[in-house]
Design a protein around this ligand. Structure first.
Ligand code: ADP
Ligand code: ADP
Length: 235
């Protein structure tokens, strides 16, 4: 069964039909790309899957169970992690602190017992290495990393903390060709770790490089929903 399935989902803002009759499936070990120009409904779709708002019509199922997501925390508790374009990082904080932000291990029993920051540093380095990211200095402020590297850290973080579904909001939008390639490599690595990935992009080329399924939105409606086999040009 699909990790996440939207069936005939709609979302209206007043009389703006931001989404109308959208259906898609997110499967483990697959990348579902959502394509569309500005105003197509991509952000609205993300908000529905990330628990930022609730849909008006249709059904959303997570792990086979029909549901409505009450909040981003609720979505995360169900294994849905979202990485936004303007990553919620604290630029002056070291990479390893950002890695654990919101998921800090509990302090030891004594009131003055400190967190094992050495272990947190090692864990960060290993989680990044697992994805093929060799970042030697996890003490550097995360703001010194490039936009692409920050995306990679965010992806590794979702994998490390056990997300089942990873929603990526235009991860390559602000990046050049080379950085985009690097980020897409880690998107594929997350898929290879068994996550179901939703890749939101307006770049068909990037989608085709890594995607397994392709959903095309236009002005809130779904004008295409295809597997890779269905759009492959050769025999
Ligand atoms: P995309 O992310 O693909 O650019 P959006 O999901 O942001 O598209 O927007 C889809 C449509 O819904 C657009 O017409 C947009 O103007 C409208 N819209 C989005 N959010 C709101 C809102 N909070 N209030 C009113 N209209 C909105
Ligand atoms: P994107 O292209 O990434 O969707 P936008 O600039 O279109 O970004 O939208 C930024 C935010 O403003 C989103 O949260 C979107 O839902 C909201 N928004 C978009 N269009 C409208 C609108 N017409 N009225 C109110 N909010 C909107």
């Amino acid at each position: 069964t699909a990790l996440v399935e939207l069936t005939d989902v709609s979302k209206h803002y007043g009389n703006v039909r931001a989404l109308e009759g959208v259906s898609l499936q997110v499967h483990a070990g697959e990348i579902t790309c959502v394509l569309g120009d500005n105003g197509a409904g991509k952000s609205t779709l993300i908000k529905t899957i990330a628990g930022l708002h609730q849909h008006d019509g249709g059904t959303l199922t997570v792990d086979g169970e029909e549901t409505r997501l009450a909040s981003p925390r609720d979505a995360l508790d169900r294994g849905i992690a979202t990485v936004y374009q303007d990553l919620a990082v604290v630029p002056l904080m070291p990479v390893w602190r950002n890695f654990f932000l919101g998921s800090e291990p509990r302090k030891g029993s004594g009131p003055f017992k400190r967190l094992d920051t050495g272990l947190m540093r090692r864990t960060t380095r290993e989680a990044l290495l697992r994805m093929g990211i060799d970042l030697r200095d996890v003490d550097q402020p995360i703001g010194t990393l490039s936009g692409g590297e920050r995306q990679c850290v965010a992806i590794a973080r979702a994998v490390h903390f056990g997300a089942k579904v990873l929603v990526l909001d235009e991860p390559t939008a602000a990046l050049g060709v080379k950085q985009s390639g690097v980020v897409l490599k880690y998107v594929a690595a997350a898929r290879d770790e068994g996550l179901g990935v939703v890749l939101i992009t307006h770049n068909p080329h990037h989608a085709y490089l890594v995607g397994d399924r392709f959903v095309l939105l236009r002005r809130g409606t779904m004008v295409g929903n295809h597997t890779r086999d269905e759009i492959t040009l050769d025999e």
